[in-house]
Design a protein around this ligand. Structure first.
Ligand code: ARG
Length: 465
């Protein structure tokens, strides 16, 4: 067996006489996935080696050799010449093996007082920390796009729905800001997750800690963690940080999906509230008139993929006895995939919202249909005639029925027709029956009035910068 045949030289191969089968190698190797953590792996090794030298566990010369070798590894990664080898299973053994080729024996001392179990999860936490920052940035960009739409359309009246039935007039600005609020909570969930995950597992070693006099505070600090994790079994076993990130993204993707669904509805010929720009529409190969909202539809579908990734990881973790088990290797493909998908979805949604245009006339006309100001009429009866709301609701119901019979909207009934149901009604009632008056009147805190919306837009602009 040639000494440079890595397959015959598994790092853990001391006690093995035979090589793994090819299929064993295929199921076991994770390098195609975990190579994305190469930078984090090198950072972890640098911090570990510095600490080992500081503590006198390895010599200063060995540390220098290790650091210089890792410099070369970084350069190879940067200029795409680093040899990722599937026989070496994962990124940790790939980096270490390459280091050995570069610096020789000193490389063999790097793994003192460390195991791949604490190494992998250190890398993974570092990676997730960066990915959470990116995910949050994507949401912020989207929020900015939505606030801009809200600012331009603070006073654009559209139908507000419950049960997808016309309910009351609302403003488009108000509708957009509802999503801004949701995405803000999503950001805060990602922040929480980033804060909680920022503890260092490094030094937990395989599961029980180590007999070497390591300094876990030092490596934690070097890697930007707040502190070392307090329990070595927990450190190598815990994946709740990844679950939490996936759960937070799954919730956020659910919000993205609801907005996507509204885009699909609003851009249909039946609604005709909005039009996506050419850059965010696709055509049909057979129907020349089509402008399809494919990106919105895909966001709707991809939200489920992210939820699926969350559920898959939860399934992988939920029955694992402490501490490490290889099941945990598949945490990364799920997590990386979810972050990739989430980033794509927020970027696509921001792109659509930056260039979407709204048809204010159509929205206004739709808002006036379906007796959307019936509540305003009932409120008038309560305010002007001191009628109990329940009675006012009943009278308004009769007026709606009358309009329905006549095939017209509420404001098109004559005063006489109205008075045949409630004689005390006066011409003044017509002033509350327009959709503008209705929206304008809803000035309660958090309400849809253009006044309130403009205030909120201003606050969001300041907050989002
Ligand atoms: N590639 C492995 C993973 O991602 C590294 C940890 C391996 N540890 C072990 N005891 N086999 O989980």
């Amino acid at each position: 067996m040639a000494s440079d045949t890595p397959k015959g030289q598994q790092m853990w191969g001391g006690r093995f006489a035979a090589q793994p089968s090819d299929i064993m190698q295929s199921i076991n190797a994770s390098i195609d996935v975990d190579r994305r953590m190469v930078r984090e792996d090198i950072a972890g090794s640098r911090a570990h080696a510095d600490m080992l030298a500081e503590q006198g566990i390895i010599s200063a010369e060995d540390n220098e050799a290790i650091q210089a070798g890792l410099d070369q590894v970084v350069a190879e990664v940067q200029n795409d010449t680093f040899p990722y080898r599937v026989e070496l299973e994962d990124i940790h053994m790939n980096v270490e093996a390459r280091l050995k080729e570069i610096v020789g024996e000193a490389a063999g001392r790097l793994h003192t007082a460390r195991s791949r179990n604490d190494q992998v999860v250190t890398d993974f936490r570092l990676w997730a920390r960066g990915a959470l920052t990116e995910a949050r940035r994507g949401l912020k960009d989207l929020q900015r796009a939505l606030v801009t739409v809200a600012g331009s359309h603070a006073d654009a009246v559209m139908p507000g729905f419950t049960h997808l039935q016309t309910a009351q007039p609302v403003t488009l600005g108000h509708h957009m800001l509802a999503y801004v609020e949701m995405f803000e909570r999503d950001c805060s969930r990602l922040d929480d997750c980033a804060r909680r995950l920022n503890e260092s597992p490094l030094g937990a070693a395989a599961l029980a800690g180590t007999g070497f006099p390591i300094d876990r505070e030092m490596t934690a600090e070097a890697l930007g963690f707040d502190r070392p994790m307090a329990n070595s079994l927990d450190a190598v076993s815990a994946r709740d940080f990844a679950l939490e990130a996936l759960a937070a993204m799954s919730i956020s993707a659910t919000h993205l999906s609801r907005l996507a669904e509204e885009i699909v509805l609003w851009t249909s010929a039946q609604f005709a509230f909005a039009k996506l720009s050419d850059a965010w529409s696709t055509g049909s190969s057979i129907m020349p008139q089509k402008r399809n909202p494919d990106a919105a539809e895909l966001i709707r579908a991809k939200a489920s993929l992210i939820t699926g990734q969350f559920m898959s990881l939860q399934g992988a973790v939920k029955a694992l006895p402490l501490a490490y088990a290889k099941d945990l290797q598949d945490d990364k493909v799920l997590t990386f995939g979810a972050f990739d998908t989430f980033g794509l979805c927020t970027a696509a949604m921001a792109g659509m919202m930056e260039t979407i245009t709204f048809n204010r006339e159509n929205m206004r006309a739709a808002a006036a249909k379906g007796f959307s100001t019936a509540t305003d009429l009932a409120d008038w009866l309560v305010r002007e005639l001191k009628m109990p709301f329940r009675d006012a609701h009943h009278v308004t119901g009769s007026l709606v029925a009358k309009a329905e019979q006549k095939g017209c909207d509420l404001p098109e009934l004559s005063l006489e027709e109205m008075q045949s149901i409630e004689p005390r009604l006066t011409n003044d009632v017509f002033s509350v029956l327009t959709v503008e008056a209705s929206a304008m009147s809803r000035q309660s805190y958090g309400g849809t009035s253009p006044l309130r919306v403009a205030e909120q837009v201003e606050q969001w602009q300041q907050r989002l910068g």
